[in-house]
Design a protein around this ligand. Structure first.
Ligand code: NOJ
Length: 753
C-alpha cells in the first residue's frame, strides 16, 4: 500500500519544505499501477467521495445544495467525501484546504480546485466570442496561456473551459462564451485554447486541466431559449456541432463536461450515444468526464430518470465520472453497489480517471504546486499580461462600417461627446463569465480616449439607463452632442444580459438606447457608434443611419485602451465576425452555411411577381444578414483580384493548389483574413452553399500585392454521405475566396472518380 504523507511547515506554501513519504509517484510504478494500488485500499465511501465535486463558498452559477458554513468543507475534506472544490481561489486559501486533504484525510488524496476561467483570470481577456473575431490563433492561445499562468498561481488546477458549443442563434446568451457559428473556425479555436491552458505538460506548475464543454450541442436549444430541448439530425450534429469537441480531444484535452440539454430525447448526462458510442468508443477519449451543475439530478426533471437512484446509475453507467453539485453519486452509489444494481468495476473506472487526472496534474508529487503565494503576487495583472490583453483586445475589434472617413479620428478634434450607458462604464467591460475580474479594474472608453487624445476635451453623458425606460437623461446627452464636433455613442448590452441564463427574445438595443441613438442622430452631428455586447444584435436602423460602427464586444481589463488604439488609428482593425448579424430578429437562426433549397431566392427584389413570391424568402425582410459571417473592415482597402488553380480536376489522392491574389490598395499597412470556402454542387445528400475550409491572416504593406496559397485535399471535399460514412463523392465543386463569407472570387473544380 502506498500512502502519501505530506507535512507542510506553514500555510504559506511552495518553495517551503515539503516532505513526502512513500509518495505513490516517487516509486517506479506507472501512474496506472499507483492508481490501482490506491484503489485497492479505498472503501466504497472513499471511492464515491472522489466523484463528488462541490462549489466553494465564493459564488455560484446555479442553486446550491448546501449553505456555506465555514467549516463545512473542512469536514467533508477530512472525511474523504469530496474530490475537490470549484470556484474557490487564492493560493493561501486553496493551500489551507489542500493541507486538510493531504494531512488529515485517511488516504491523503489531494484535492482538485476547479473554476470557470473562461476569458482570463485577474487580467480579463476579451469575451470568448470577441477573441474569436480576431481569427488569430496565436493571440487566442496566448490569452488562454495567460489565464492559466494567473489561475494556477492562485490555486486552480482545473478550468471549465474552453466552451466550444457552436451556436447559430444569437438569442442564446451563451454565444458570448463560444467561438461563433462555424465548425471549422471554432475547431481551430478549441485547439488553440486547449493548448494555451494545458501547455506542454499538465504536471507543470503553470498549466491546468482544460475541459471541453458542454457535450453536446448545448448551443442549439429550440428558439434560443437557455437549457431548452435540442432536436437535430445526426448529420447536423456530426457536421456542425461535434467538430470543435473533437478538435479539443485531438489537442489532448484532459476532461469533458456534459451538457444540461437533452439531445434527441435523451439528456446529455445519460446519453449513451454521446458519451459511450462517440466520446469513448469512436474518439477513444480516456480522460475524465464531469457533469454540468446538477445535470445528473436534472435528468429527473427531464423525465428520463425516475428518481435519484436511477439518475445516479444511468449517469455512471453512461460514463459520467464526476458529479458536479447533484450529490447524487455520494448519496446513491454506495447503496447501488451494495444491492448489486451497479457493477463496482464501473465505479472503479470513474475513480481511476479522477485519480489519474490528479496524478497527471502532479498533485501527488506536490499537492501545493498550484498554490503559490509568491507567484500569485507577481503574476496576477502583471504588466506583461495587461500589455498582451490590450493587444488581444484590439485584434478582437470588428469595424462594421466606416463612411465619410470618420475613422480613424484625426487629432484636431477640440471636443468630443462620449454618450451612452457604456461610455464611462468599467464593470461591464469585463463581460459575462469574468468572476475573477474586479469591477473597478477595466479601462473605460472615456479613460482610454482621454489618455490617447490629450489635446481633445471629452464630455461624457450617460444618455439613459439600461434597465428602465426613463427619459430624464436624454436632454443632457443631446446637449453634450450639440456642444461637440463629434459624438461617440457607446451602446449595447450589460454583462448580465449575455452569458448563462441570458437568452433574449429581442436582440435589439436594450432599454431606450434605440431612442437615444435616434435623438443624437437628429442633432446632425457626425456619429461613431461603438457596440458593447455579447452577441450579434439586430441593429438595421443603426446601420442605415449611422456612418461609422465599431463592434467592440466586451474587451476586458484593457478595453478602453484597445478601443482608443483602434479609434485613433494607432492600430488598424482586422477583426472578422465569427457569427452572422441578422437584419431582424425574425431571421434568427441565420448562418452562412445554409442549404440552397429548391427555390432559392436570388436576391433581386425587382423580379416579376410570381417568380419573386414563390421563392424561399420573407415578404418583409431580405434574406441576407446585415453583416455576414467573416465580415469586417480595415482602414486599409483590400481587393481580391485573381484566383489561380494549378489544375481544375483531381483524384481523391491528389490535391489542388489555389493561389489567391490580394492587394492592399490603400496608403496604410493592414492585416486581412483571407478565407477559403467550398461548395459541393451535387451529392448523395444536399450540401451547404458554402463551407469555410481554410483561412490565413496576412499582413500587407500599403500598396502591396501578395498571394495566399491553400491546398485542397480530399478531406476538404468530404462529408457524411447518405449512408453516414465520411468521405467524398466525385463531381463538381465551387472554390471561393474573399475577405468574408460574401466571397468575391470563384472557380470550379472536379473531383474525378
Ligand atoms: C454551469 C455552466 O453551464 C458550466 O459551464 C459551468 O462550468 C458550471 N455551471 C460551473 O460554474
Amino acid at each position: 500500500m502506498k500512502i502519501c504523507h505530506y507535512l507542510l511547515s506553514t500555510l504559506v506554501v511552495l518553495s517551503l519544505t515539503l516532505f513526502c513519504c512513500q509518495s505513490p509517484s516517487s516509486s517506479s510504478k506507472t501512474s496506472t499501477q499507483k492508481v490501482d494500488s490506491l484503489l485497492s485500499v479505498m472503501t466504497l465511501e472513499e471511492k464515491v467521495g472522489q466523484l463528488n465535486f462541490l462549489v466553494g463558498d465564493l459564488f455560484n452559477t446555479g442553486p446550491t445544495v448546501r449553505t456555506a458554513e465555514s467549516d463545512k468543507f473542512d469536514i467533508l475534506i477530512r472525511d474523504g467525501k469530496i474530490t475537490g472544490l470549484f470556484n474557490v481561489h487564492g493560493a493561501a486559501y486553496t493551500a489551507r484546504l489542500q493541507k486538510i486533504a493531504v494531512e488529515q484525510s485517511r488516504l491523503k488524496i489531494p484535492l482538485l480546485f476547479g473554476a470557470d476561467v473562461i476569458h482570463g483570470f485577474k487580467t480579463v481577456m476579451p469575451l470568448s466570442l470577441a477573441e474569436a473575431s480576431s481569427w488569430d490563433m496565436e493571440a487566442i492561445e496566448l490569452a488562454a496561456r495567460i489565464a492559466a499562468e494567473e489561475s494556477t498561481a492562485a490555486g486552480i488546477n482545473f478550468t471549465f473551459a474552453p466552451m466550444v458549443d457552436i451556436s447559430r442563434d444569437a438569442r442564446w446568451g451563451r454565444v458570448s462564451e463560444g467561438a461563433g457559428e462555424d465548425p471549422y473556425l471554432a475547431s481551430c479555436i478549441a485547439e488553440a485554447r486547449v493548448n494555451g491552458f494545458q501547455g506542454k505538460a499538465l504536471s507543470e506548475a503553470n498549466t491546468l486541466a482544460a475541459c471541453i464543454k458542454h457535450f453536446a450541442a448545448y448551443g442549439a436549444p429550440i428558439a434560443g431559449r437557455e437549457y431548452n430541448t435540442v432536436d437535430i439530425s445526426e448529420r447536423t450534429l456530426r457536421e456542425i456541432y461535434l467538430p470543435p469537441y473533437k478538435a479539443g480531444i485531438d489537442a489532448g484535452v484532459a476532461t469533458v463536461m456534459t451538457a444540461f440539454n437533452e439531445l434527441n430525447d435523451i439528456p446529455a448526462s445519460g446519453n449513451t450515444y454521446l458519451l459511450k458510442d462517440i466520446l469513448r468508443n469512436e474518439w477513444d477519449f480516456n480522460g475524465m468526464v464531469v457533469s454540468d451543475w446538477q445535470s445528473i439530478g436534472e435528468m429527473i426533471e427531464h423525465g428520463y430518470s425516475a428518481d435519484s437512484m436511477e439518475a445516479a446509475r444511468q449517469a455512471l453507467e453512461t460514463g459520467v465520472d464526476m458529479d458536479m453539485m447533484s450529490e447524487i453519486y455520494i448519496e446513491q452509489i454506495p447503496e447501488l453497489v451494495k444491492t448489486g444494481k451497479l457493477d463496482v468495476a464501473l465505479l472503479d473506472n470513474a475513480v481511476r480517471r479522477v485519480l489519474e487526472l490528479k496524478y497527471a496534474l502532479g498533485l501527488f508529487d506536490n499537492p501545493y504546486i498550484y498554490s503559490d503565494t509568491l507567484r500569485e503576487k507577481v503574476t496576477l495583472r502583471s504588466t506583461e499580461h495587461l500589455t498582451a490583453a490590450r493587444d488581444i483586445a484590439r485584434k478582437s475589434i470588428v469595424l462594421l462600417k466606416n463612411e465619410k472617413q470618420l475613422l480613424p479620428l484625426h487629432s484636431n478634434y477640440k471636443k468630443i461627446a462620449i454618450i451612452g450607458p457604456f461610455g464611462n462604464n468599467k464593470e461591464d467591460m469585463n463581460g459575462s463569465w469574468s468572476f475573477f475580474g474586479e469591477a473597478q479594474h477595466p479601462v473605460s472608453v472615456a479613460e482610454g480616449l482621454r489618455t490617447a487624445m490629450p489635446n481633445t476635451s471629452f464630455i461624457v453623458a450617460e444618455g439613459c439607463n439600461l434597465y428602465n425606460d426613463k427619459t430624464d437623461k436624454l436632454q443632457e446627452a443631446v446637449k453634450a452632442a450639440l456642444q461637440s464636433e463629434l459624438v461617440l455613442l457607446v451602446v449595447g448590452e450589460s454583462a448580465p444580459m449575455h452569458g448563462e441564463g441570458a437568452s433574449r427574445a429581442d436582440i435589439g438595443l436594450p432599454g431606450i438606447q434605440q431612442r437615444l441613438v435616434e435623438e443624437i442622430y437628429k442633432t446632425g452631428k457626425p456619429i461613431v457608434l461603438l457596440l458593447v455586447n455579447g452577441r450579434p444584435l439586430a441593429i438595421e436602423w443603426v446601420d442605415q443611419h449611422i456612418p461609422a460602427i465599431v463592434e467592440t464586444w466586451t474587451l476586458g481589463s484593457e478595453a478602453g485602451n484597445a478601443i482608443a488604439d483602434v479609434l485613433t488609428g494607432e492600430f488598424n482593425p482586422s477583426g472578422k465576425l465569427p457569427m452572422s448579424f441578422p437584419r431582424h430578429i425574425g431571421q434568427v437562426p441565420i448562418f452562412y452555411n445554409h442549404k440552397n433549397t429548391g427555390r432559392p431566392y436570388l436576391g433581386d427584389y425587382s423580379e416579376p411577381g410570381a417568380e419573386r413570391v414563390y421563392r424561399s424568402r420573407y415578404r418583409d425582410v431580405q434574406n441576407t444578414p446585415l453583416y455576414p459571417f467573416g465580415y469586417g473592415l480595415s482602414y486599409s482597402t483590400f481587393t481580391y483580384t485573381n484566383m489561380v488553380l494549378d489544375k481544375t480536376s483531381m483524384k481523391n489522392n491528389e490535391t489542388i493548389t489555389v493561389t489567391v491574389t490580394i492587394s492592399n490598395t490603400s496608403n496604410r499597412d493592414g492585416d486581412e483574413v483571407v478565407q477559403l470556402y467550398i461548395r459541393d454542387l451535387a451529392g448523395s445528400v444536399t450540401r451547404p452553399i458554402k463551407e469555410l475550409k481554410g483561412f490565413k491572416k496576412v499582413h500587407l504593406k500599403a500598396k502591396e500585392t501578395s498571394t495566399v496559397t491553400f491546398t485542397i485535399d480530399k478531406e476538404m471535399l468530404s462529408f457524411y454521405r447518405a449512408d453516414m460514412s465520411w468521405g467524398s463523392e466525385p463531381g463538381k465543386f465551387h472554390v471561393m475566396a474573399g475577405g468574408s463569407s460574401d466571397t468575391v472570387l470563384k472557380q470550379e473544380i472536379t473531383l474525378l472518380p
